[in-house]
Write a protein that binds this ligand. Structure first.
Ligand code: NAD
Ligand code: UDP
Length: 314
């Protein structure tokens, strides 16, 4: 039985990861300050004697006997990470330092949940791991993008200077049950608007593209990455290469919910990337042929069902 720490364990992705790790018979600690996460995301796991819940902020040191650390603590949606940009940077950077220090002392493996945002508004398409990115250091997304870039740098410095057992994954847009209903991300926004027959808010022309993966595919990729040999550190892109425009997503959500919603067009937020698609060749090669299994329609139906149940739609 492995002792595994998941920071951000009460968040959208963290809660699915905790669930899967417990299902596999591990001893799991969720560490979270509940900024964007919620106990309701993990309440169904609390009867499990091998699940511990800790309220803690990763910007402060934390000590525990653990074998593996998944470092997910950080608000992920633009609305939330822009509320307090300084805190977002502290969470990424000081959180990484604190968790790397713990990993070093315990000789634990540590996986960093990095992001496709480190590619910024990419000039190379699709994005391979070798691409250095195109990030505005001064823009509204910079607190998140630069915080995550610095965390990657810290991971590499800990590897070089202390031989820490590090892994880095770059997560592309992910969706599924337990997304925060008010975090303004496109999948949750569109589904909730469609279920309420409200206008669907398209930012800009809607011709910007994204590639969305269902959360179960991501969790599978994360665990496979943690289990790769110590010599392999990444970074590795984890995402679904199936790319579509935001307009196409809106039309698909309307179709799947039988909604009467109409599209309305609103200003595009500053520095909103125009396109994003992962090159997942490295993940396929290094993670035992990993690739996304859940196609958009299937994943959207599961997510629609979740929001119907939790927001009490019939
Ligand atoms: P989320 O906001 O649902 O989860 C983040 C969790 O971290 C929350 O439970 C929050 O309360 C917690 N947290 C925030 N600041 C903290 C702090 N200082 N100390 C302790 N806990 C703190 O977001 P998510 O979508 O589950 O994202 C999880 C991770 O994956 C994040 O690191 C994010 O950057 C990364 N990621 C997510 C996506 C995506 O599409 N969802 C894409 C790329 C990367
Ligand atoms: N978006 C939109 N309407 C919304 C929410 C988002 O058109 O109600 C757009 C947003 O401008 C971006 C895309 O959808 O181009 C994805 O946004 P999200 O915040 O989900 O992810 P990110 O921009 O971080 O990839």
């Amino acid at each position: 039985m492995k002792r595994i720490l998941v920071t951000g364990g009460a968040g959208f992705i963290g809660s699915h990861l905790c669930e899967r790790l417990l299902d596999e018979g591990n001893d799991v600690i969720s560490l979270d300050n509940y900024f964007t996460g919620s106990k309701s995301n993990i309440i169904h796991l609390m009867n499990n004697k091998f699940f511990e819940v800790v309220r803690h902020d990763v910007t402060m040191p934390f000590f525990a006997e653990v074998d593996e650390i998944y470092n997910l603590a950080c608000p992920a949606s633009p609305i939330h990470y822009q509320i307090n940009g300084i805190k977002t940077i502290k969470t990424s950077v000081m959180g990484a330092i604190n968790m790397l220090g713990l990993a070093k002392r315990k000789k634990a493996k540590i996986l960093q949940a990095s992001t496709s945002e480190i590619y910024g508004d990419p000039k190379v398409h699709p994005q391979p791991e070798s691409y250095w990115g195109n990030v505005n250091t001064l823009g509204p997304r910079a607190c998140y993008d630069e915080g995550k870039r610095c965390a990657e740098t810290l991971f590499m410095n800990y590897l070089e200077q202390t031989n820490a057992r590090i892994k880095i994954i770059r997560i592309f847009n992910t969706y599924g049950p337990r997304m925060h209903p008010n975090d303004g991300r496109v999948v949750s926004n569109f589904i909730i608007q469609a279920l309420k027959n409200q206008d669907i808010t398209i930012y800009g022309t809607g011709n910007q593209s994204r590639s969305f993966q269902y959360v179960d595919d991501l969790v599978e990729g994360m665990i496979r990455m943690m289990n790769t040999p110590d010599e392999f550190h990444g970074p590795v892109n984890i995402g679904n290469p199936y790319e579509f425009t935001i307009l196409e997503l809106a039309q698909k959500v309307i179709e799947l919910t039988n909604s009467k919603s109409k599209l309305i067009f609103m200003p595009l937020p500053q520095d909103d990337p125009t396109q994003r698609q992962p090159d997942i060749s490295l993940a396929k090669e290094k993670l035992g042929g990993w690739e996304p299994k859940i196609q958009l329609e299937e994943g959207l139906l599961k997510t629609i069902d979740y929001f119907k149940r939790t927001l009490n739609f019939t």
